[in-house]
Design a protein around this ligand. Sequence first.
Ligand code: GCO
Length: 445
Amino acid sequence: MWERVLVAALAAFIVFKVTLITYRRRKYPEPHEDWANVNLDDLHFPEGFHWGTATAAHQVEGHQANNWTVHEAAKGLEASGAACDHWNRWKDDFQLLSDLGMTSYRFSIEWSRLEPTEGAWDEAALAVYAEMVDDLVGRGIRPVVTLHHFTHPDWWEAKGGFADRANIPAFAAYCERVVDTLADRVKTWVTVNEPTVFSTMGYTLGMFPPGRRSIPTTLRVMRNLLFAHGTVYKALKPKHPELQFGVAKNVTLFDPKNRWSPIDWPLARLMEWFWNGAWRSGMQNGRMFFKDIPEAKGTLDFVGLNYYTHVLVGPASVSLLKMKFPKRRQEVATEFGYPMYAEGLRRAIEFLAPLNVPIEITENGVADAEDTLRTEHLRRHLWVLSNAVKDGHDVRSYHHWSLMDNFEWAEGYSMRFGLHRVDFESQERTLRPSGEVYKAIVGRR
Ligand code: GCO
């Protein structure tokens, strides 16, 4: 008798499991290509597609004084120091863009240079950025300018930065001055870079400034970043209707580590919602984490996509806090630790598609000091991107992270993302073989 009940229960359980798994697989597939049999040369991009690279001020300019330099010192992190000395060498670096055949370049403006103390505006520094823009335009390279890429003046941080809504008008005023000055030459603006990374790294994991560990504050900062973007948009779009404003969203995908596990699935869905879904719903509906932010609703002219990887989630993903990344058997681990998963670029594009605005790939790249993986990484991602475009997704550009090795935040100079290798002693830049490959691909178009 008991045996029968047991067998029946077991059978019912198996049927239930198989149904559930089939359903989840259909709804949340995790595709993997058989890369050995893919023709990576089969690329189709429309005329006018923009080819670029990306950098950020704090990571390349050198000699900053902002919330990050304070954090570097306080936490005993490697100092950003001279970085790539780009503030003095930008002309030579822009020549590298021309040599690569780039038609677009994403970089950021350092607020702390323009307003080193509250209310004191440095016109000379703004003039340098204007010169940079002129130089790019003269080269036929479209400037894509980020207004906030993780850094801001320390006086603003001292007041609470993005954790306090009362601080947003000062941020918006900075944005307005910059946009008003450059509006005739810069048409594509990223207001904030990676709101989820900024909030989580700074306020949950404490690895970025201000080094806090508070989930309620993290959620508040996430909402305030939406609010800040919406505020800037609503102030500037009516004034400059011809400009395009967007946010660069890091879409990291979350997949269950064990696809059979009843624990890993909900954990992965939860992370996916926290990291991606909540932000998208904030932009679409003006609501995030159960609170209204009507200012943000419908304020994207385009969306920037920063894509790097997927994270495999399981109960051991407490290891996520230690930044340990599991990978699938067929995947290669990158130097940063996370796996190379080019297939996910398509999923990230599909995730953003419901926003119904053009997509710009604002970042994609890999830490790879010896350049053993970057060529394959690049070719796979471009192949995935090409298919997405062919299938009708409105993607306008691809910006490789990065033009050159630079200061990789909490990792300091240990992670090398450059198409150019940088010798930080001599400041010499050398194009890596993968850079030659990128140049050749772009040159064929
Ligand atoms: C950004 C990034 C860059 C990084 C790059 C490589 O998030 O926009 O943090 O600044 O250097 O993503 O990790």
